[in-house]
Design a binder for this molecule. Structure first.
Ligand SMILES: Nc1nc2c(ncn2[C@@H]2O[C@H](COP(=O)(O)OP(=O)(O)OP(=O)(O)O)[C@@H](O)[C@H]2O)c(=O)[nH]1
Length: 779
């Protein structure tokens, strides 16, 4: 029994698991249900007998079950289903079309679609018992859907509220404004620039051009200070670069361009969610996530002509960065072939284990402006990874821009727009070492518009450092403190160190009560999210002044309680690092999701960076890039800025590639061993934890750095806290519930495997997260 029969799925989209679920039908009833059936079935049967009607036990049981043991409703339903309707009444009913049908017809006539693949939008509900209620009971379903602002995780600072507000206005007004060529503004400009229909309006429809992928220069690790760059000039009529972010689920399922014929399976959803009161489809064009990602890509791509000169690290440092035309291939036939030395990497890794320092990558998360970048700048300064001379230069330059307090943050925020605006946009990566551990910092943006980047960072980390401004707990708890905690958990992070920051400016300074209050509130949230108490550590500190970051605070005076009760942030981080990757993981097939594609230098013109999830790689290896299926050769490897012969699972590294065209490499793609490439799947079943109510709906699908669109095509089951079946084919998954849902991907599929962690977002909010349970048909 497929209640979703009106969606026209491909044959191979229909899952065997649906049948499995059906097969379990009998077992879904509890003993209590059975008792209720035994008691109530005779009562319903007696009522039907009296009316001269008949029904099987099965039908009566189904009615009772769906009407929650309400005998009256079950009898009415069964009687109604058995009473032939007079012709006249049927005719009348045909005339009185539902709002859904009216919306469907309007949309069809507007788009010029002659016939709708599904019989009608209301037919979506065929097979559901409550769709046959007596006509006098029928009400109107007002399809509000995305028109009404969804409950979102709140947040934003006063500084950014204005940007967000302007962005919202821009988005709203651009529904009616004609598209105009992009003018090469920065991503934040795109958010904040006051709307002028003549300029800076992102096109509402993603261009349906063949995809090309911009290559960017590597984000520098330790940038040398330089003179502040002047504000970016507005360049007239610059072409938009290739759009990495594809149209969202809503754009795909709801846009109504008549030329786009191949959208059959989403059409029922189209009608379901379109407004009956507004002819304009408000979900044309890219979602907030798409817009932000696209803007970022543009601001960082070569096309904007503003790419700041950056210094590639490690091997690439030796060569002057090349300025490559995007259309030309950086791989040249004259490059020498690199031969593999055929090293036994797992053995080398095992043999060197005793001598190796543990390594740890941590993602720095938290609400915007809570001091993440400043704290990390301090950590790098006090561990010697950055010199005081550099910081002094940053301070001078930052003072000239009126942003003196951001000098430390500039160590992490290397982009000119990040520095000008004082807001982190993309993940910044830095290495530093202590005597005990090699660390990689992944500094995530705190602003909610850049949550997809935060997901990308969290997916590459071993643990999280959550920075909480002790004086702004409330804003963070409503905003990205909360959302980042949920996402860190969703990305599989177990351990979290909470830096209770800015205690130098609390009232009173270094107030123990302030710290304790923050600790209580954040602990509640962390444990409710699933972090174990032993995996949570708190550190009171001040990133700006460097108190209790690397240097312990004085044991007397107002910081006395800190010295006696807490470790420094660095000590806590060292405790959290371990080198416990299983040998089986090192020996498994290579999987490395590409976090970034960039130009290296003359010797290494095309490079990708990311974290090796499983397996190992050595110079000279051939790899397959999915989803393109293209092969590439590894001509060089860098780990922690050093050139190395091989790298293994859990390492963040840069691979210099050859024998592949750049357009086959995108952030989010997966490098795999040639013997066992990851399949490219069109659909999958994911066990989610819902953060908002979930219906069959369009979603943005995030898997680490991968960002694509899809639809939640079926709600399969809801589950209890133990993961046991609660209900099959629920109509809705409520916020807080666990469920198995089926997601069908747009864009021809994505490289995905069982166990991959998925975040589902809609309208710029995270709506659910979970792990892939089963994958569907492969491309
Ligand atoms: N008093 C005080 N101010 C701080 C401290 N740490 C950071 N700040 C200030 O807080 C402001 C924001 O700091 P950032 O480091 O940019 O904050 P962030 O969390 O990285 O911001 P995003 O990356 O944009 O989310 C700056 O003005 C800092 O000087 C601190 O320990 N004490």
């Amino acid at each position: 029994m497929h209640r979703m029969k009106n969606i026209e799925y491909d044959e191979d989209d229909l899952y065997a698991e649906d049948e499995e679920v059906d097969g379990e039908e009998e077992q879904a009833y509890t003993d209590e249900d059975r008792q209720n059936f035994d008691d109530l079935t005779p009562v319903v049967r007696a009522e039907l007998d009296e009316a001269g009607l008949q029904a099987s036990d099965r039908e009566i049981e189904e009615a009772l079950y769906y009407y929650y043991w309400d005998v009256g409703k079950s009898v009415v339903h069964l009687k109604h289903a058995r009473t032939p309707r007079p012709q006249q009444q049927q005719a009348k009913k045909e005339k009185a079309k539902s709002k859904f049908d009216q919306a469907a017809e309007r949309s069809a006539s507007k788009t010029g679609r002659s016939s709708y693949p599904s019989p009608s939008a209301s037919a979506w509900f065929d097979g559901i018992l409550w769709s046959t209620v007596p006509s006098e009971w029928e009400g109107y379903l007002i399809p509000v859907g995305p028109q009404i602002p969804r409950p979102k995780l709140l947040g934003g600072s006063s500084k950014l509220a204005k940007l967000a507000e302007e962005r919202r206005k821009k988005a709203a007004s651009s529904q009616t404004a004609p598209s105009v060529p992009d003018t090469g503004l920065s991503s934040l400009d795109r958010l904040s620039k006051p709307k002028d229909p003549k300029e800076n309006v992102l096109p509402q429809h993603a261009k349906q051009e063949p995809k090309k992928y911009p290559i960017r220069k590597k984000r520098e690790l330790t940038p040398p200070p330089k003179e502040p760059s002047p504000p970016p000039e507005v360049e007239p009529k610059e072409e938009l670069p290739d759009l990495r972010a594809s149209p969202t689920a809503f754009a795909r399922t709801l846009s109504t361009g008549p030329s786009q014929a191949a959208r059959t399976r989403s059409m029922a959803l189209d009608e379901l969610f379109s407004s009956s009161t507004n002819e304009e489809n408000p979900f044309k064009g890219p979602s907030p996530d798409d817009t932000i990602l696209r803007a970022q890509q543009h601001s960082k791509g070569l096309n904007n002509g503003k790419a700041t000169k950056q210094f590639a690290n490690g091997l690439a440092k030796k060569a002057e960065a090349l300025k490559l035309d995007q259309t030309s291939s950086p791989t040249t036939p004259t490059q020498p072939k690199i031969k593999s030395k055929g090293l036994d990497v797992p053995k080398l890794w095992k043999d060197g284990k005793a001598k190796r320092k543990p390594a740890a990558a941590f993602v720095v998360i938290g609400h915007v402006d809570h001091g993440k970048s400043t704290l990390m700048g301090r950590l790098l300064l006090d561990t010697g990874a950055v010199s005081q001379r550099d910081i002094d230069k940053y301070k001078k330059q930052a003072t000239e821009l009126g942003k003196a307090s951001f000098a430390l943050a500039w160590v992490m925020d290397t982009g000119s727009e990040e520095r000008e605006r004082g807001v982190t946009v993309d993940i910044a990566q830095h290495h530093f070492s202590t005597d005990k551990v090699d660390f990689t910092i992944l500094d995530a943006p705190g602003h909610r518009d850049f949550v997809p980047n935060m997901i990308g960072g969290a997916s590459m980390a071993d643990l999280a450092v959550l920075v909480v401004d002790a004086n702004q707990l409330e804003s963070g708890m409503k905003g990205q403190t909360r959302e980042h905690i949920l996402l860190a958990k969703a990305c599989g992070l177990k351990r979290i160190v909470v830096a209770v920051n800015k205690l130098d400016s609390s009232s009173p300074p270094w107030g123990e009560a302030t710290f304790e209050q923050v600790k209580d509130e954040v602990t509640k949230l962390l444990t409710a999210t699933g972090f174990a108490a032993e995996d949570i550590a708190f550190v009171p500190c001040s990133g700006l002044n460097g108190q209790n970051v690397v240097t312990p605070v004085p044991s007397n005076g107002k910081t006395g309680w800190v010295a006696s009760s807490s470790r420094t942030l660095l000590q806590e981080l060292e405790r959290s690092a371990s080198d416990n990757v299983a040998e089986a993981t090192i020996k498994a097939s290579l999987r490395m999701q590409i976090a970034d594609v960039f130009r290296g230098g003359i010797t290494n013109p095309l490079s990708v960076s990311g974290r090796i999830a499983t397996g190992n790689v050595q110079v000279g290896d051939s790899v397959i890039v999915q989803p393109s299926g293209e092969t590439a050769a590894v001509r060089g490897i860098e780990a922690s800025s050093d050139g190395v012969e091989w790298a293994v699972a859990s390492q963040l590294c840069t691979l210099h590639l050859t024998d592949i065209e750049p357009q086959h490499l995108r952030a989010g793609d997966v490098l795999c061993s040639t013997s066992k490439p990851v399949p490219v799947v069109k659909s999958f079943v994911v066990q989610i934890q819902a953060l908002e109510s979930i219906l069959p709906q369009g979603v943005d699908v995030h898997v680490g750095r991968l960002h694509t669109s899809g639809i939640i095509a079926a709600l399969i089951t809801t589950l209890d806290a133990q993961g046991e079946l609660l209900k099959k084919k629920p109509r809705v998954v409520k916020a807080g519930q666990s469920a198995n849902v089926k997601v069908v991907l747009s864009d021809g599929g994505a490289p995905l495997e069982v166990g991959d962690r998925v975040v589902l977002r809609a309208n710029g909010s995270t709506v659910a997260a979970g792990k892939v349970e089963r994958t569907g048909s492969c491309r």
